[in-house]
Design a protein around this ligand. Structure first.
Ligand code: MG
Ligand code: MG
Length: 259
Protein backbone atom coordinates (compact mmCIF):
# COMPACT_ATOMS: atom_id res chain seq x y z
CA UNK A 1 0.00 0.00 0.00
CA UNK A 2 1.25 3.48 -0.83
CA UNK A 3 0.40 6.16 1.71
CA UNK A 4 -0.13 9.69 0.45
CA UNK A 5 1.28 12.24 2.88
CA UNK A 6 -0.28 15.56 3.79
CA UNK A 7 1.79 18.70 3.26
CA UNK A 8 2.30 18.85 7.04
CA UNK A 9 3.62 15.29 7.02
CA UNK A 10 5.99 16.12 4.16
CA UNK A 11 7.31 19.01 6.24
CA UNK A 12 7.89 16.54 9.09
CA UNK A 13 9.69 14.20 6.70
CA UNK A 14 11.82 17.12 5.59
CA UNK A 15 12.86 17.66 9.22
CA UNK A 16 13.93 14.01 9.46
CA UNK A 17 15.70 14.31 6.11
CA UNK A 18 17.64 17.33 7.30
CA UNK A 19 19.05 15.29 10.19
CA UNK A 20 20.27 12.70 7.68
CA UNK A 21 21.80 15.46 5.56
CA UNK A 22 23.66 16.86 8.56
CA UNK A 23 24.91 13.41 9.53
CA UNK A 24 26.24 12.75 6.02
CA UNK A 25 27.91 16.16 5.88
CA UNK A 26 29.57 15.53 9.26
CA UNK A 27 30.74 12.07 8.20
CA UNK A 28 32.20 13.40 4.98
CA UNK A 29 34.03 16.18 6.84
CA UNK A 30 35.41 13.65 9.36
CA UNK A 31 36.50 11.15 6.71
CA UNK A 32 40.18 11.11 5.79
CA UNK A 33 43.22 8.90 5.49
CA UNK A 34 43.60 6.85 8.68
CA UNK A 35 40.06 7.42 9.95
CA UNK A 36 38.18 4.19 10.70
CA UNK A 37 34.68 3.33 9.54
CA UNK A 38 33.64 2.82 13.18
CA UNK A 39 34.76 6.38 13.91
CA UNK A 40 32.57 7.60 11.05
CA UNK A 41 29.63 5.66 12.49
CA UNK A 42 30.20 7.41 15.82
CA UNK A 43 30.14 10.81 14.08
CA UNK A 44 26.72 10.00 12.60
CA UNK A 45 25.45 8.65 15.94
CA UNK A 46 26.34 11.94 17.59
CA UNK A 47 24.41 13.98 15.00
CA UNK A 48 21.33 11.74 15.46
CA UNK A 49 21.62 11.97 19.26
CA UNK A 50 21.88 15.77 19.21
CA UNK A 51 18.80 15.98 16.98
CA UNK A 52 16.78 13.62 19.18
CA UNK A 53 16.48 11.25 16.22
CA UNK A 54 16.75 7.47 16.17
CA UNK A 55 18.30 5.22 13.53
CA UNK A 56 16.21 2.98 11.29
CA UNK A 57 19.45 1.17 10.37
CA UNK A 58 20.49 0.14 13.88
CA UNK A 59 19.03 -3.28 14.64
CA UNK A 60 17.40 -3.51 11.20
CA UNK A 61 17.02 -7.08 10.05
CA UNK A 62 15.43 -7.67 6.65
CA UNK A 63 14.68 -11.20 5.54
CA UNK A 64 18.04 -11.66 3.78
CA UNK A 65 20.13 -10.63 6.78
CA UNK A 66 21.66 -13.16 9.18
CA UNK A 67 22.17 -10.59 11.95
CA UNK A 68 20.62 -7.26 12.97
CA UNK A 69 22.52 -4.33 11.43
CA UNK A 70 24.92 -3.03 14.11
CA UNK A 71 25.41 0.61 13.05
CA UNK A 72 23.63 3.84 12.03
CA UNK A 73 25.48 4.11 8.70
CA UNK A 74 26.39 1.69 5.96
CA UNK A 75 30.01 2.26 4.96
CA UNK A 76 30.88 0.63 1.64
CA UNK A 77 34.48 1.02 0.45
CA UNK A 78 35.82 0.46 -3.10
CA UNK A 79 34.34 -2.82 -4.43
CA UNK A 80 31.58 -2.77 -1.79
CA UNK A 81 28.40 -1.45 -3.44
CA UNK A 82 26.00 -1.07 -0.50
CA UNK A 83 25.27 -2.38 3.02
CA UNK A 84 28.87 -2.33 4.25
CA UNK A 85 29.11 -2.79 8.02
CA UNK A 86 31.35 -0.17 9.68
CA UNK A 87 34.51 -1.89 10.90
CA UNK A 88 37.92 -0.96 12.24
CA UNK A 89 39.14 -0.56 8.64
CA UNK A 90 41.05 2.70 8.32
CA UNK A 91 40.57 4.68 5.12
CA UNK A 92 43.50 4.77 2.70
CA UNK A 93 44.66 7.24 0.10
CA UNK A 94 42.44 6.95 -2.99
CA UNK A 95 39.62 4.96 -1.38
CA UNK A 96 36.11 5.40 -2.79
CA UNK A 97 33.61 5.50 0.07
CA UNK A 98 29.83 5.28 -0.02
CA UNK A 99 27.98 6.24 3.16
CA UNK A 100 24.26 5.52 3.57
CA UNK A 101 22.41 6.95 6.57
CA UNK A 102 18.86 7.10 7.87
CA UNK A 103 17.05 8.90 10.66
CA UNK A 104 13.65 8.76 12.29
CA UNK A 105 12.30 11.93 13.85
CA UNK A 106 8.79 12.45 15.24
CA UNK A 107 7.66 9.24 13.56
CA UNK A 108 8.97 10.00 10.08
CA UNK A 109 11.96 8.54 8.26
CA UNK A 110 14.69 9.98 6.02
CA UNK A 111 17.20 7.99 3.94
CA UNK A 112 20.14 9.32 1.92
CA UNK A 113 23.59 8.31 0.68
CA UNK A 114 26.75 9.93 -0.65
CA UNK A 115 29.87 8.69 -2.40
CA UNK A 116 33.23 10.44 -2.19
CA UNK A 117 36.95 9.78 -2.43
CA UNK A 118 39.62 10.06 0.25
CA UNK A 119 43.01 11.63 -0.45
CA UNK A 120 44.12 11.68 -4.08
CA UNK A 121 41.20 10.44 -6.21
CA UNK A 122 41.47 8.14 -9.20
CA UNK A 123 40.15 9.78 -12.35
CA UNK A 124 37.88 6.79 -12.97
CA UNK A 125 36.33 7.16 -9.51
CA UNK A 126 35.64 10.85 -10.02
CA UNK A 127 33.77 10.04 -13.23
CA UNK A 128 31.90 7.17 -11.58
CA UNK A 129 30.69 9.37 -8.70
CA UNK A 130 29.83 12.25 -10.99
CA UNK A 131 27.75 9.90 -13.13
CA UNK A 132 25.96 8.51 -10.06
CA UNK A 133 25.03 12.06 -9.09
CA UNK A 134 23.80 12.80 -12.60
CA UNK A 135 21.71 9.60 -12.55
CA UNK A 136 20.20 10.66 -9.22
CA UNK A 137 19.43 14.13 -10.57
CA UNK A 138 17.78 12.58 -13.64
CA UNK A 139 15.70 10.30 -11.41
CA UNK A 140 14.61 13.23 -9.25
CA UNK A 141 13.68 15.27 -12.34
CA UNK A 142 11.41 12.40 -13.43
CA UNK A 143 9.71 12.24 -10.00
CA UNK A 144 6.75 14.37 -11.05
CA UNK A 145 2.98 13.99 -10.85
CA UNK A 146 1.70 12.13 -13.90
CA UNK A 147 4.84 10.05 -14.36
CA UNK A 148 5.28 6.49 -13.09
CA UNK A 149 8.02 4.74 -11.16
CA UNK A 150 9.20 3.30 -14.47
CA UNK A 151 9.97 6.80 -15.70
CA UNK A 152 12.29 7.34 -12.73
CA UNK A 153 13.88 3.92 -13.27
CA UNK A 154 14.36 4.64 -16.97
CA UNK A 155 15.93 8.05 -16.29
CA UNK A 156 18.37 6.61 -13.73
CA UNK A 157 19.28 3.58 -15.81
CA UNK A 158 19.84 5.51 -19.00
CA UNK A 159 22.45 7.81 -17.44
CA UNK A 160 24.28 4.82 -15.97
CA UNK A 161 24.22 2.70 -19.13
CA UNK A 162 25.13 5.54 -21.48
CA UNK A 163 28.24 6.14 -19.39
CA UNK A 164 29.08 2.44 -19.64
CA UNK A 165 28.46 1.41 -16.03
CA UNK A 166 26.90 -1.71 -14.56
CA UNK A 167 23.75 -1.74 -12.43
CA UNK A 168 23.29 -4.40 -9.72
CA UNK A 169 19.90 -6.00 -10.33
CA UNK A 170 17.48 -6.56 -7.47
CA UNK A 171 18.38 -3.52 -5.39
CA UNK A 172 17.13 0.02 -5.76
CA UNK A 173 14.89 2.73 -4.37
CA UNK A 174 11.65 2.49 -2.45
CA UNK A 175 8.77 4.34 -0.93
CA UNK A 176 9.51 6.04 2.38
CA UNK A 177 7.35 7.54 5.12
CA UNK A 178 6.67 6.37 8.64
CA UNK A 179 8.98 3.50 7.84
CA UNK A 180 12.23 3.62 5.91
CA UNK A 181 11.20 0.97 3.40
CA UNK A 182 7.69 1.18 2.01
CA UNK A 183 6.00 0.47 -1.31
CA UNK A 184 6.47 1.03 -4.18
CA UNK A 185 9.81 -0.26 -5.41
CA UNK A 186 11.83 2.18 -7.51
CA UNK A 187 14.28 0.12 -9.63
CA UNK A 188 17.42 1.64 -11.10
CA UNK A 189 16.51 0.53 -14.60
CA UNK A 190 13.15 0.19 -16.28
CA UNK A 191 10.71 1.07 -19.00
CA UNK A 192 9.11 4.49 -19.19
CA UNK A 193 5.36 4.62 -18.66
CA UNK A 194 5.37 1.46 -16.53
CA UNK A 195 5.09 0.94 -12.81
CA UNK A 196 3.27 2.82 -10.10
CA UNK A 197 1.64 6.18 -10.93
CA UNK A 198 3.19 9.14 -9.10
CA UNK A 199 0.79 11.34 -7.13
CA UNK A 200 1.06 14.42 -4.95
CA UNK A 201 2.01 13.32 -1.45
CA UNK A 202 4.07 10.26 -2.33
CA UNK A 203 7.62 10.07 -1.01
CA UNK A 204 10.33 7.95 -2.59
CA UNK A 205 13.96 7.17 -1.95
CA UNK A 206 15.83 7.19 -5.27
CA UNK A 207 19.23 5.51 -5.10
CA UNK A 208 21.41 4.75 -8.13
CA UNK A 209 24.09 2.09 -7.62
CA UNK A 210 26.79 1.98 -10.30
CA UNK A 211 29.51 -0.58 -11.01
CA UNK A 212 32.62 0.86 -12.62
CA UNK A 213 33.51 -2.06 -14.89
CA UNK A 214 30.19 -1.96 -16.73
CA UNK A 215 29.30 -5.48 -15.60
CA UNK A 216 26.31 -6.09 -13.34
CA UNK A 217 27.58 -9.02 -11.27
CA UNK A 218 27.71 -8.81 -7.50
CA UNK A 219 27.68 -11.14 -4.54
CA UNK A 220 27.00 -11.07 -0.85
CA UNK A 221 30.08 -11.04 1.36
CA UNK A 222 30.47 -13.65 4.13
CA UNK A 223 29.11 -11.13 6.68
CA UNK A 224 25.69 -11.62 5.03
CA UNK A 225 25.24 -7.89 4.48
CA UNK A 226 27.87 -6.31 2.25
CA UNK A 227 27.27 -6.50 -1.49
CA UNK A 228 30.51 -6.55 -3.49
CA UNK A 229 31.19 -6.42 -7.22
CA UNK A 230 32.13 -9.80 -8.68
CA UNK A 231 35.06 -8.44 -10.65
CA UNK A 232 36.51 -6.29 -7.87
CA UNK A 233 35.77 -3.05 -9.70
CA UNK A 234 34.64 -0.05 -7.71
CA UNK A 235 31.06 1.03 -7.11
CA UNK A 236 29.23 4.23 -6.21
CA UNK A 237 25.89 4.74 -4.45
CA UNK A 238 24.01 8.01 -3.95
CA UNK A 239 20.49 8.55 -2.64
CA UNK A 240 17.93 11.18 -1.78
CA UNK A 241 14.47 10.96 -0.25
CA UNK A 242 12.11 12.97 -2.45
CA UNK A 243 8.47 14.05 -2.08
CA UNK A 244 6.31 14.23 -5.20
CA UNK A 245 4.27 17.43 -5.15
CA UNK A 246 2.16 19.40 -7.57
CA UNK A 247 4.93 22.02 -7.43
CA UNK A 248 7.55 19.46 -8.52
CA UNK A 249 9.95 17.12 -6.72
CA UNK A 250 11.00 18.24 -3.25
CA UNK A 251 14.32 16.80 -2.07
CA UNK A 252 13.82 16.04 1.62
CA UNK A 253 17.44 15.13 2.36
CA UNK A 254 19.15 18.05 0.59
CA UNK A 255 22.43 19.13 2.16
CA UNK A 256 23.70 22.66 2.55
CA UNK A 257 27.24 21.87 1.54
CA UNK A 258 28.37 20.95 -1.95
CA UNK A 259 27.56 17.27 -2.53
MG1 MG B 1 19.78 4.48 2.12
MG1 MG C 1 17.13 3.62 0.64
Amino acid sequence: MVELKTDTSIDAMHAAGQVVGRALTAVREAAGIGVSLLELDEVAREVLREAGATSPFLGYRPSFAPTPFPAVICASVNDAIVHGIPSGYRLRDGDLVSIDCGAELDGWAGDSAISFTVGRPRTADVRLIETAERALAAGIAAAVVGNRTGDIAHAVGRVCREAGYGIPQGFGGHGIGRRMHEDPEVPNEGRPGRGFPLRHGMALAIEPMLIGSGRDGYHEAPDGWTLRTNDGSRAAHVEHSVAITEAGPRVLTARNSKN
